[in-house]
Design a protein around this ligand. Structure first.
Ligand code: ZN
Length: 310
């Protein structure tokens, strides 16, 4: 029979094992499937991109509205607590057809509500607003504040609304950021995009439905005029290491720290599909919205240019 000390020892070990498995489950596990049910076929993406008549984009420009920091394990499941910069970025595709904007960002009020207020760049926001006025097409990756909120904050949407191509779930998602909690009138009557298939939204630009991070989440593939392939992955991953290491976010973040819980299984299948695409086509450029180091490296390589131009 166990004496009292042995019994306490056994209980301590049991509790430690239990806590350890909780930490593993909620913080450390990011494994994406080997054989994902989500697939990205580059030949098909190029074909759909080229089906939209007109000159394809020649240049990609980026604005960063704010930069905040989170521990790396919140981005990439594990135990690495290194503070990692999340760039709140939006993109402008320059084209002879007319510019396209991918993600519109947020204003200072919404940034402050989401812990991005301290570094908010008002000059960047005014360039984004000029870019929206000058653009021919405006799309968003999903209905989170740092990507879509500005659409519910602008007082005059008359020039902007006709350029928008949004899914119904994205339109519905704007209500959260308007002052009266309703979908802005200018968006309520938009004809929604079909989110069940690939849709060309501008010459060279394809929307890829990818529900999971949010119900209205999509990615964008861009076939540039020079033939290069760009994939705007939005927030499917927050860092290139997620793609390179086939490894997703921790359950703790997905279940408790998102605006609404993220659907883990489809997101991990998308992470695996991105990893497979990268392996099969190493030249494809992946752009996770928030990977600040990667954005800087792409600017150094002249794949991206800093700041929007009118
Ligand atoms: Zn985001």
């Amino acid at each position: 029979m166990m004496n009292r000390i042995q019994m306490i020892g056994a209980m301590v070990v049991a509790v430690a094992l239990f806590l350890g498995s909780l930490v593993y489950y909620f913080v450390m596990d990011g494994a994406a499937p080997e054989d994902p049910d989500f697939r990205l076929n580059l030949a098909t993406l190029r074909q759909v991109a080229d089906s939209y008549e007109g000159p394809r984009p020649t240049e990609i420009r980026v604005e960063v509205l704010a930069r905040d920091q989170i521990p790396f394990f919140a981005i990439h499941a594990g135990l690495d607590g290194t503070a990692t910069v999340m760039a709140r970025s939006v993109f402008q595709l320059k084209s002879g057809w007319g510019d396209s904007i991918i993600d519109v960002g947020m204003d200072r009020v919404i940034a402050e509500r989401n812990n991005s207020g301290d570094t908010f760049d008002d000059d960047a926001l005014s360039r984004v607003q000029q870019g929206l006025s000058a653009a021919r097409r405006i799309v968003v990756t999903h209905e989170h504040p740092d990507h879509i909120a500005l659409l519910a904050r602008l007082s005059d949407m008359t020039g902007i609304a006709p350029k928008l191509r949004l899914t119904q779930k994205q339109i519905d998602g704007t209500a959260r950021y308007s002052t009266d909690g309703k979908v802005p009138a200018a968006l309520a009557n938009l004809e929604p995009l079909d989110d069940s298939e690939l849709v060309a939204v501008a010459p060279g630009v394809v929307m890829i439905p990818a529900a999971g991070h949010t119900p209205g989440n999509v990615m964008f593939y861009v076939h540039m005029a020079d033939g290069s392939d760009i994939l705007f992955v939005g927030d499917v991953v927050w860092n290139m290491k997620n793609i390179e290491e086939r490894w997703g976010r921790p359950r703790m973040v997905q279940q408790y720290l998102m605006q609404t819980p993220e659907d883990r299984n489809p997101v991990l299948n998308q992470v695996a599909a991105l990893a497979d695409l990268k392996e099969a086509h190493p030249d494809v450029v992946f752009i996770p919205s928030h990977d600040d180091d990667h954005l800087t490296a792409l600017i150094e390589r002249d794949v991206l240019a800093p700041r929007f131009t009118p």
